[in-house]
Ligand binder design. Structure first.
Ligand code: AMP
Length: 400
């Protein structure tokens, strides 16, 4: 394990904290979801209490090396200022002479937020010179950006070589502990509920789950590739099917049979001809899907069977919505599952939501915060759960 920030002496030091403030902004440039900002507070507050000065660095969006004013971190600095009891200054760039003088003027107990790292191509290129320039700003480096930990960039991998003291922040450690424990030593029965549009992207995860899960429940668009695959060979109308993943889906079905994993697929769905708010949606058994109908949510019978398994589970991992939850006619399945997760959490189950769309769904239904842990990183949590090393975490471990 890397050094935890609480094991460092930071009083009077300048601490560079890589956070993940890649948050959604509305057209007026206001932060519409401050979940990731709140999640970064334990580390920031700890450092301020210890008498450090804090330099915060993040990316926002994909400006691809250009200065894109709509992707400035200024609104994030303003939001952070509402949440912490400290002065939050803002730097117009993340490297250069002006930034250096702002850093020099920073007092213990104060925060300086740097402008979007990705305004420089060197960030995603992990360019050594850029890493060195960032490292020069501080005495200590703390990585707390779980959402970016699956990328090897200058501010989360390159920088580690150029700064003496490095550590993981509270959020990064908490994310890793929850997700690794869930997959390596879960309290059983351990149920995984997967959804979202595609099987691709979840290949490694599915292979690993077949070894560790007791139940795998599959909803969302990806269920239709499984339903179409041998040995089921269902006709699923115009539902989303990844032809090039049919063999993989068959292999997973067989693997689950071999290993005694209970793989459950939808028996019914909410079907429509278009994905619109005004769609004429109807509930149908899978076998009744006509050629021009798409399955766009799980149906009521499927919800009942999924919920019965969730009710008796001690650990649940949820990744991916059960339907096109962004549209009203197709949101009920995802909402029912989200409610059930909240319900079993109250009864003592450990429930973990893998970030991304599932976290967005919880928020949409007013259920954010009711599960045990919601990850701040969709992509990073998927890779970690799949058994893939996260470069940013490995870099911290490898540091002296
Ligand atoms: P992913 O990016 O693979 O995690 O997929 C997330 C997206 O899957 C969401 O935007 C949903 O609207 C979409 N989705 C969920 N269920 C379905 C479905 N049955 N058909 C098409 N898209 C779906």
């Amino acid at each position: 394990m890397p050094t935890h920030v609480k094991d460092l002496k930071v009083s009077g030091k300048r601490v560079f904290v890589r956070t993940d403030y890649n948050v959604p902004l509305d057209q007026a440039g206001r932060v519409t979801d401050d979940f990731r900002i709140r999640a970064s507070l334990p580390t920031i507050e700890y450092l301020l209490e210890q008498g450090a000065s804090v330099i915060l660095a993040s990316h926002l969006g994909r400006p691809n090396g250009s200065v894109v004013p709509e992707m400035s971190l200024k609104p994030v600095a303003e939001k952070l200022a509402e949440l912490v009891q400290a002065d939050v200054h803002f730097a117009p760039d993340c490297v250069g002479a002006e930034v250096a003088s702002l850093v020099a003027a920073l007092k213990p107990g104060e925060i300086l937020m740097l402008e979007n790292l990705r305004f420089h191509m060197a960030e995603t290129d992990n360019a050594p010179d850029f890493s060195k320039q960032l490292a020069r700003l501080a005495d200590v480096y703390v990585n707390d950006a779980f959402g970016t930990a699956h990328r090897a960039h200058a501010s989360n991998v390159g920088i580690v070589k150029h700064i003496k003291e490095v550590a993981a922040g509270f959020l990064l450690m908490k994310e890793i502990e929850f997700l690794v424990k869930a997959i390596e030593s879960p309290e059983r029965p351990f149920t995984v509920i997967l959804g979202g549009s595609k099987v691709s992207g979840k290949i490694d995860l599915l292979k690993r789950l077949a070894d560790v899960a007791d139940n795998i429940l599959i909803g969302g668009g990806m269920a239709f590739t499984f339903l179409s695959a041998a040995p089921l060979n269902h006709n699923v109308g115009s539902s989303l099917v990844e032809e090039d993943r049919l063999q993989f889906a068959s292999d997973v079905i067989e693997l689950c049979l071999d290993k005694g994993v209970n793989l459950v697929l939808p028996s019914d769905c909410i079907a429509a001809r278009q994905i619109t708010e005004a769609a004429d949606a109807r509930e149908l058994p899978i076998r009744a899907l006509e050629d021009d109908l798409m399955g766009l949510d799980i149906g009521g019978r499927t919800v009942i069977s999924f919920n019965a398994i969730l009710d008796s589970s001690k650990t649940v991992l949820w990744n991916g919505p059960m339907g096109v939850f962004e549209q009203t006619p197709f949101q009920d399945g995802t909402r029912s599952i989200a409610r059930k997760l909240c319900d079993i959490t109250k009864k003592g189950a450990t429930t973990i939501v893998g970030g991304g769309d599932s976290a967005a769904a919880l928020k949409k239904f007013g259920l954010a915060g009711c599960v045990t842990h919601t990850s701040t990183g969709g992509g990073a949590s998927l890779e970690l759960l799949s058994g893939i090393d996260l470069p940013a975490f490995e870099a911290l471990k490898g540091a002296k």
